[in-house]
Design a protein around this ligand. Sequence first.
Ligand code: NAP
Length: 320
Amino acid sequence: MMKAIQLSTFGGPEVLKLVDIPVPEPGPGQVRVCVKAAGVNPVDTYWRSGANPTLSLPLTPGLDGAGLVESLGPSVTEFAVGDLVYFGGWLTGAYAEKAVLRVSQLHALPAGVTFQQGAALHVPYATAHRALFHRAGARAGDVILIHGASGGVGLAATQFASAAGMTVIGTAGTERGRQLVEAQGARYVLDHTEPHYLNRIPELTGGRGVDVVLEMLANVNLAKDLPLLSRGGRVIVIGSRGKIEITPRDVMMREADIRGLSLFNVADDDLRSIHAAIASGLHCGVLKPIIRDELPLSEAARAHTKVLEPGAVGKILLIP
Ligand code: NAP
C-alpha cells in the first residue's frame, strides 16, 4: 500500500483526502516512479472542482513530478530502475508516494537539477515554450508582454524569452513578485493591480506596441491587450477563468491574432522538442525553476487554496 491524495467526490479543497491505496503496477510501455516531489498547478484545482467532464472518480490529481524509476512494465527499454526522472502528464496522479506514467511522459532529470525543480518543469516550462516559440512564433528582438509573469508559467516564459533575445515586459501584483520577475530577466515590470498600468506600454515600446502578449488571465485582460499590439501582433491565451467582451476592430486594424494554447493538445513529437529545449536551458543555466513553497502531501488542500490566491512567486510543491 502507499499514501496518496484521493478525491471521491468533486468539490472544494476539502475533498482532497490522504488515504492508503494499492501501489499501481506499470503495464506495457509504462514505468512506476517513486515520487520525491509533485508540482501543484491551477489546472489541478479545476479537475478537483469537476470542471473536466472526462474524469471519473476516485482520482489522484497531479500532472507534474520527479523521482526515481522503481519498476518497469513489459517492453520498456528507454529507462532503468534507479534512473532519476521528472514527468509531465497524468495516468495515476503525481500527488502520491508512487505514480505510473507512460514512457513518453518521462524525461531524464538533468544533472544538477533537484527533484523539487524537476517537479516544477513540465506544465510551466512546456507551456511557456509552446506559447513563445510554437504558438506566437516569437524571435529575438520581439517585445513580449507577459501578463502574469510572477507565477509558474510567467517566470518560465520570462527566462525563456530573455535568454532568446526578446525584450520582456512582465506584470505582477506584489512587490516581491515584481522583484522576482525583474531578477529573471524582464526589462520592465508593471503592477497589474494599479489602475492605469498599461498606459506605459506605448512609451516602453517607442509607440510601436508589443509583438506578443502571453495572457494568464484573458477574461480580465483580453480587451485591454488588443490595443497594445503592434501590427501583426499576437495574443496567446494561456489562462482564462470566465467571459469577456472585446472590440474586434482592435484586431482588424492591426491584422492581429488571438491564438489559444492547450498543453493537452501538444503532439508527442513537439513535446520531445520542447523537453530538449528545457534540458538545454537547464544545462546552460538560463532556466532556473523557482520554488515558492514545499508542503507535505497531507497539506494538498492548503496548496490548492494557495495556488489560486494573489501573490504568486513561483511554484508550490507537495512532498510525499
Ligand atoms: P500561477 O503560478 O498561479 O500564477 C498566476 C499568475 O497570474 C500570477 O503571475 C498572478 O500574478 C497572475 N495574475 C493575477 N491577477 C492577474 C491579472 N489581473 N492580470 C494578469 N495576471 C494576473 O499559475 P500558472 O501556473 O502560472 O498558470 C497561469 C494560468 O495559465 C492559469 O490560469 C493556468 O490554469 C493557465 N495554464 C494554462 C495552460 C494551458 O495549457 N492553456 C497551461 C498552464 C497554465 P500575482 O499573483 O502576482 O498577482
